[in-house]
Design a protein around this ligand. Structure first.
Ligand SMILES: *[C@@H]1O[C@H](CO)[C@@H](O)[C@H](O)[C@H]1NC(C)=O
Ligand SMILES: *[C@@H]1O[C@H](CO)[C@@H](O)[C@H](O)[C@H]1NC(C)=O
Ligand SMILES: *[C@@H]1O[C@H](CO)[C@@H](O)[C@H](O)[C@H]1NC(C)=O
Length: 255
């Protein structure tokens, strides 16, 4: 009797096994946001104070990425004149958990999220010239749109202030929501995850601006529930966030 071949031998015969070389995107590409559309993947990353901003990469296999374009190519989209570079002097942070952070960048534009809404690409992102703990200048949220990932509009400025924005289109109603991380007020500055339905053309909230979730950790000035992304799977809406800011391990949670 012929011995049965090992399972791994069978798999090697039927699956084209290819090694993936990490990092898939070498260099400085933080905060990737990936969009899957028509058998292609598109990815954008933070670019902070560098120009052109928001590189866009394309891939068909999630392994081989090629630089396709940059979304921010004109000063009218993001004026960076005078923006300090990340290696500048350390700014003390009001939160005790941040005192060990030696290099708070948080300037320029970062934390972009790609979306595809009504045959148009959108990138929601955030920008701040610099951080000032006295003035408490909160970052502003903007989005830009493109029919082809090459020609991008000037920004629409969102009404809510905050960071880590993502645009989510409800597949049932077609309505578009802005999810973001924002402080509860200028005085208390306790961060949580917020949402409102937005008008993509004006940036204004067109329904109630509501608190969605404050995460699972201590809800005080140290709270950092971050990076809200919304998905629909079956009959459920999922909110995915990151929580537990550096230098502590970041954990991903969803409700
Ligand atoms: C990546 O793309 C290059 C050029 O198109 C090709 O030669 C290579 O085989 C691809 N690698 C993988 C892992 O698909
Ligand atoms: C999407 O397109 C439909 C049909 O033209 C329109 O009714 C709807 O308002 C659009 N939605 C958004 C968010 O632009
Ligand atoms: C989150 O905390 C804020 C105060 O910082 C509070 O107003 C809000 O109701 C809380 N949200 C939820 C969903 O519990």
């Amino acid at each position: 009797m012929t011995p049965l071949p090992k399972v791994s031998t069978l798999l090697a015969l039927i699956l084209p096994i290819t090694a993936i070389k990490n990092p898939i995107l070498p260099g400085w590409n933080p905060d990737p946001s990936i969009l899957h559309l028509n058998n292609e993947y598109y990815l954008t990353t933070s670019s902070f104070e560098y120009f052109p901003g928001l590189p866009i990469y394309k891939s068909t296999d999630l392994t081989n990425w090629t630089l396709h374009s940059h979304a921010l190519t004109r000063p009218s989209q993001l004026a960076l004149y005078g923006t300090p570079t990340g290696g500048g002097k350390t700014t003390p942070h009001p939160s005790p958990t941040h005192n060990t952070n030696p290099d708070p960048k948080n300037k320029g534009t970062w934390a972009p999220t790609l979306s595809y809404i009504n045959n148009t690409f959108y990138i929601a992102t955030m920008t701040r010239w610099t951080y000032d703990p006295v003035a408490k200048v909160w970052p502003r949220i903007t989005w830009i749109s493109s029919p082809d990932l090459e020609t991008w509009s000037d920004p629409i400025w969102a009404e809510p202030w905050g960071i880590d924005p993502s645009l989510f289109q409800d597949p049932v109603s077609g309505d578009v929501y802005l999810n973001l991380m924002a402080p509860d007020s200028k005085e208390t500055g306790i961060w949580g995850i917020y949402q409102c339905q937005v008008d993509l053309g004006t940036g204004k909230c067109i329904d109630e601006y509501r608190s969605l979730w404050n995460g699972t950790m201590l809800h005080d000035v140290s709270a950092r529930p971050e990076g809200p992304k919304m998905f629909v799977r079956g009959e459920w809406y999922y909110l995915l966030i990151a929580e537990g800011i550096l230098p502590f391990p970041i954990s991903l949670k969803y409700v």
